[in-house]
Design a protein around this ligand. Structure first.
Ligand SMILES: Nc1ncnc2c1ncn2[C@@H]1O[C@H](COP(=O)(O)OP(=O)(O)OP(=O)(O)O)[C@@H](O)[C@H]1O
Ligand SMILES: Nc1ccn([C@H]2C[C@H](O)[C@@H](COP(=O)(O)O)O2)c(=O)n1
Length: 206
């Protein structure tokens, strides 16, 4: 069984997926981490992030592995764990450019489709493109201001700066952020994290 949870940036995908996965006793898969890892490798390799062929060569020469766990995902570059380096303003600024390359998307999708079921998959196009046959699909939204207020607990920037960056990323990611026609859309703005998780679990359990 695959559950897909897509949505806009900072809508709560990782936190909600982790809670749903833990309740179901299965792992969750954060597809965004693979795009973030590709961005980190590109930046640290001194590459032009617009140069998809060179970026792809670099990714093939430096194998990245996603370890999906219910308690949180880990990303490995060979034997070295890089998870803690993937959530920074620098990566946020570059990741949409990297994620727009069809070849990078194919690199990510291949890794995701090779994972053993069951799992909860979160990202932008899990329900539309990567796992269109998933039986349970959800799509999270919230206003940019609410998302910025939530994220301000985790980042040093002020709320208007975070809000502007989120709106910029939504715009750059717009090619990937449509909900699947059969997804249940949840506006998490007026909901607590636990309410979102319980709503999804109730829907899955029918
Ligand atoms: N319904 C909610 N109520 C309150 N806080 C929430 C809710 N959903 C998420 N949060 C908080 O919002 C922040 C962003 O959530 P999270 O990192 O899960 O979003 P995301 O969609 O995975 O982000 P990104 O797109 O950047 O990977 C976290 O601090 C999380 O605890
Ligand atoms: N399925 C996905 C997942 C992620 N992306 C891109 C778009 C995001 O800006 C970036 C980081 O994802 P996040 O950690 O914010 O979920 O990766 C995508 O295009 N498709």
């Amino acid at each position: 069984m695959i559950v897909t949870i897509d949505g806009v940036a900072a809508s709560g995908k990782s936190s909600v997926s982790g809670g749903v996965a833990q309740a179901l006793g299965i792992p969750y898969v954060s597809s965004g981490l693979l795009y973030r890892a590709a961005t980190l490798l590109g930046l640290e390799g001194g590459l032009d992030l617009q140069d998809a062929p060179r970026l792809l060569d670099h990714l093939r020469a430096h194998p990245v592995r996603l370890e999906p766990l219910a308690a949180g995902n880990r990303v490995w570059l060979g034997e070295q764990e890089i998870t803690d380096r993937l959530h920074s303003t620098r990566i946020d600024r570059g990741v949409s450019v990297v994620a727009a390359h069809p070849a990078v998307r194919a690199w990510v999708d291949e890794q995701l489709r090779a994972l053993p079921e069951p799992f909860v998959a979160e990202g932008r196009d899990m329900g539309t493109n990567v796992f269109p046959h998933a039986p349970h699909k959800f799509y999270l939204t919230a206003s940019a201001r609410i998302r910025a207020e939530r994220r301000s607990q985790e980042r040093p920037e002020n709320i208007p700066e975070i809000e502007a960056a989120l709106l910029r990323r939504d715009e750059l990611d717009r090619g990937q952020i449509a909900p699947a026609p059969d997804a249940r859309v949840l506006d998490t703005g007026p909901m607590t994290l636990d309410q979102v998780i319980q709503t999804i679990l109730a829907d899955i359990r029918g």
